[in-house]
Design a binder for this molecule. Sequence first.
Ligand SMILES: C[S@@+](CC[C@H](N)C(=O)[O-])C[C@H]1O[C@@H](n2cnc3c(N)ncnc32)[C@H](O)[C@@H]1O
Ligand code: SF4
Length: 351
Amino acid sequence: MNNADSLPDTLRAKLVAPLDMLGRQLHDLRISVMDRCNFRCPYCMPEAKYSKDFAFLPSAERLDFDEIVRLTRLASLLGVRKVRITGGEPLLRPNLAELISELRSIESITDIALTTNGVLLGQQAPSLMAAGLNRVTISLDSLDPAVFSIMNGGRGELQRVLKGIRAAADAGLTHLKVNTVVQRGVNDHTLLDMLDYFRGSGIVVRFIEFMDVGNLNHWSMAEVVPSAELLQQIEQRWPLEALPGNYKGEVAQRYRYRDGQGEIGFISSVTAPFCGACTRARISSDGSLYTCLFAERGMDLKTPLRSGASDEQLLDMMRNAWLQRTDRYSEERATPQAHHHKKIEMYFIGG
Ligand SMILES: C[S@@+](CC[C@H](N)C(=O)[O-])C[C@H]1O[C@@H](n2cnc3c(N)ncnc32)[C@H](O)[C@@H]1O
Ligand code: SF4
């Protein structure tokens, strides 16, 4: 099944792109291919909880590549055009390039991206590029080795991540981005150095406000540096000019250096929520569908997948999940109800 034309009429009739309860389309799918990680970033997978005894999924409980591709094909019939592979750490998933090339064969998927901590990128960038990966985002919180180490739970070497970024560029991967989570009092004194390093390289650094994802990172507003504050600081060093979004629903606010040395971005989901334009769904490594990063629960697709559900049945489930979607957590964060909300952990559904 490559496109809607090859479908039976009963299925084709259902393919009007669904709108959720707030009028939003489904356009992006984030797929977590691995719940494990080789880092222990305290804001995501704190070591105290994810120690060596933690029971991650046995590999048979993770969706296999055929299952991921099948769900992605179905999601493409509901409007998905862009896929992001994430985790946990996606490069820990064996043979990831095979998955990329299978996803590439879905005609209506026009963009395949990857988010990684970059440690294994040096080895894998050429095969990922050859398989058809379009874009890579590397998460890197500081260029100061001591701060880098605090931010990733004492795992991984900074030089390896930088080498991974160079390897991605050498392999011909374009649109490289670096995502930096900003935590007040932890890495906020190292951000100008980060910009200085990547200015003029074509690699876009984006600062992400520390978010209250999951239930374990002891999030507090006091540790969030509002993007507006950062913007002011940066402008004192390098004057900036706002850029229009690349597309509707883009999460980052874009700016360019007035001296022509490239672009930076801010992802401000705490101080400037963008729920109103959110077109993203997520599939966890164990095959549940989530309609929000801050969701409490997902819809189990693995059980029907493994007990013989037809494409039509799976499509109905996904379509109904989207039609019933009311999520707008970031806009409701300050309300009392939001505080009783138990969220799924981010490493599990992917960032
Ligand atoms: C969960 S990670 C998964 C992919 C990969 N392991 C990585 O780190 O790039 C995806 C993104 O979520 C971001 N992230 C995780 N926890 C966060 C938090 N509490 N606030 C903001 N961003 C967070 C990470 O920095 C990363 O850029
Ligand atoms: S942010 Fe990425 S690298 Fe850090 S612990 Fe989470 S999944 Fe791992």
